[in-house]
Design a protein around this ligand. Structure first.
Ligand SMILES: Nc1ncnc2c1ncn2[C@@H]1O[C@H](COP(=O)(O)OP(=O)(O)OP(=O)(O)O)[C@@H](O)[C@H]1O
Length: 600
């Protein structure tokens, strides 16, 4: 956070416990890396392991080792609590906040709500000291449940591993020793792609789409190279600022890649419209290619102005996938071990209709889209190979982000309210029509029975107006959103405020996935580009190298390895998955018609 006046960091686990904002080491955020910290919980554990445990592998030393682990952990926790972190957080997820100190609620003035997710509410806030805008994401979790805390902390831990201009940077965390809630602090972004795509007045040009896609794939390449898959790429999680910079946000479902598919992952990730076929069929060992499928869906949506695969249920979604991309042959269905495959086998075989559907897209775009939307995950290539594909090397080239138009702030929430208004209007129109025709019938009947008596037109029009007002409207997609009523003292503080501190940290891992043999029926695409990064350098580890993450699984070896979709918990509590809401109307259709010369 460049303009933050003072940045503090916990000096290290072995230093005397600091007090917030006073006896702590002051280190510029850009220079604070976990490697610079004298000792963190993980390294101290590793150190102990090497020196004590491995060298003298006796039962005695093993006992003393666990004693030391316990001691070090308690020491770290005590120090973090002294730094201002709440005990419920340090007890379950100390590594997530290691090296940082919490920001104070009174450093920010909370303004309007700008986003509502399944398990979070996002607010715009002003940093009191600098006047700079931030987005504060209040994450919902149960602080009495260690597991719930750890999954919330996973988002923090993974975000701290990433450092790229196209990834939303976690600037700090607001909480306090006495607090039972947490706000993640991000730089404020004026738009998300859901908001822009849903606007009837916006039709992206080819070079603008290329500019967005290049940034999206660059951010994703960074995640994948660091061994992280996002697992919820969709238009509402792609944020944009007024300088045309795109950042991937919402790492709430992200996880590290499981090397050699050692760990089972949940298939219940990725929002339905962006979910790849293998997850719909219940795959539990998958890799970064799930994100590439979602990128394909976003790519098509940028051209079409609406989601390309908009199923209402998992069955319908997969059916739409097969109709668009072609269904696998008999051989696949015989061989597959995907848990729900037989359940989803279509009765008819479908040929791909993608080229037909995208006939108006530029040829190189269709080529890339076909790769990204391959049923076989191993045919999707990588973010790196997409970035050096023909699409980016043919005219029109991507425009410069700073040349993208400046839009008025547009968010998924705005799209939802457009949709609500549109659906209200539609329902209202229908009800009005029904009411009018009923009244007309009644009137005709009355007129027939009172033939010769006068009918007051004024009365009829008055009744119509009254009915308009009374119409009960469907709630629309926004109705499924969670309302956050849990107002804490921190929330109250955020509404009136003063100043703040922040620090930084990092941690690394490595890349990519191996192919799945479920799909051996498909033709393999060339993979040689998969280990070449977009900047021309070679990834040290090839996407096809099964050893790619052997020594890079530290994080998942620890507690974050448990896979889970926290949103499912919310859904299980009666809250429906929110697919995001979009609207279509004549204006946008007309704009697209003029772009493509036909209605698509
Ligand atoms: N840094 C930011 N700046 C501006 N708006 C943001 C920012 N981060 C998030 N938002 C807005 O808040 C919305 C929800 O944020 P986010 O996706 O992180 O929450 P979530 O609870 O994980 O949502 P979901 O359940 O839909 O995945 C985003 O779609 C976006 O419109």
């Amino acid at each position: 956070m460049g303009c933050i006046s003072s940045k503090h960091v916990v000096a290290g686990a072995c230093s005397p416990a600091p007090t917030v904002g006073r006896d702590v080491a002051v280190v510029p955020s850009s220079k604070v890396h976990s490697s610079l910290l004298p000792l963190d919980s993980k390294s101290s554990l590793e150190e102990n392991k090497n020196s004590k445990f491995n060298k003298n592998a006796s039962k005695k030393s093993s006992g003393s080792f666990s004693f030391r682990i316990g001691f070090v952990q308690r020491h770290v926790e005590a120090e973090q609590n002294a730094a201002g972190w709440p005990p419920w957080l340090t007890a379950s997820a100390a590594e997530a906040v290691q090296g940082w100190i919490p920001l104070k609620a009174d450093s920010f003035q909370k303004l309007d709500k700008i986003g509502q997710g399944t398990y979070s509410s996002v607010f715009r806030a002003r940093e009191v000291e600098t006047g700079r805008m931030f987005a504060l994401k209040k994450v919902r979790f149960d602080n009495y449940q260690a597991e719930s805390i750890r999954f919330m902390a996973r988002e923090i831990t993974l975000l701290r591993r990433l450092d790229h201009p196209n990834i939303m940077k976690l600037e700090g965390i607001i909480t306090s020793r006495m607090s039972n809630s947490i706000y993640l602090v991000f730089e404020y972004m004026e738009h998300d792609l859901a908001g822009l795509v849903s606007r009837p007045d916006i039709v992206f040009t080819d070079s603008q789409i290329k500019c967005y896609m290049r940034q999206l794939l660059s951010g994703l390449e960074h995640c994948h190279v660091r061994g992280i898959m996002h697992r919820d790429i969709k238009v509402s999680n792609i944020l944009l600022n007024n300088e045309g910079i795109l950042k991937i946000g919402d790492f709430g479902l992200a996880n590290t890649i499981s090397p050699n598919n050692k760990h089972q992952l949940t298939s219940r990730v990725v929002t339905l419209w962006y979910r790849p076929p293998e997850l719909l069929m219940g795959a539990t060992n998958y890799g970064v290619s799930v994100d590439l499928w979602s990128v394909g869906c976003v790519f098509a949506e940028l051209f079409l102005g609406k989601p390309i695969l908009k199923g209402r249920t998992e069955v319908e979604q997969l059916h739409k996938v097969f109709k668009l991309c072609g269904s696998p042959p008999e051989e696949f269905w015989k061989k597959t071990k995907l848990p729900h495959a037989t359940m989803f086998k279509p009765q008819t075989n479908y040929e791909s209709s993608l080229r037909e559907k995208c006939a108006d897209f530029p040829e190189s775009a269709v080529g890339l889209l076909e790769t990204l939307l391959s049923i076989d995950p191993s045919n999707r290539g990588t973010a790196s190979s997409a970035l050096i594909s023909e699409y980016f090397n043919t005219k029109p080239y991507p425009c410069n982000p700073s040349n993208l138009p400046k839009y008025t702030p547009s968010k998924e929430m705005d799209a939802k309210s457009y949709e609500e208004t549109a659906s209200r209007k539609k329902t209202g129109d229908k009800m009005r029509e029904a009411a009018t025709s009923k009244r007309q019938q009644k009137r005709n009947h009355k007129e027939q029975s009172n033939y010769g008596k006068s009918t007051s037109k004024e009365n009829i029009s008055q009744n119509t107006r009254k009915d308009d007002g009374k119409a009960s409207f469907s709630k629309g997609k926004g109705g499924s959103m969670l309302k956050d009523h849990s107002k804490t003292s921190m929330d109250a503080m955020l509404e009136t405020s003063q100043k703040f501190n922040v620090a930084d940290g990092n941690g690394y891992t490595v890349p990519v996935q191996g192919g799945s043999n479920e799909y051996s029926w498909t033709k393999r695409r060339k993979q040689e580009a998969s280990s070449i990064l977009s900047d021309g350098s070679r990834s040290k580890i090839s996407a096809l190298d099964p050893n790619f993450a052997k020594e890079t699984y530290d994080l998942t070896k620890q507690r974050v390895s448990m896979d889970f979709n926290p949103k499912e918990l919310m859904n299980a509590q009666g809250k429906k998955e929110d697919q995001g809401a979009y609207w279509n109307d004549g204006v946008r259709r007309a704009a697209r018609k003029s772009r493509f010369g036909r209605d698509i």
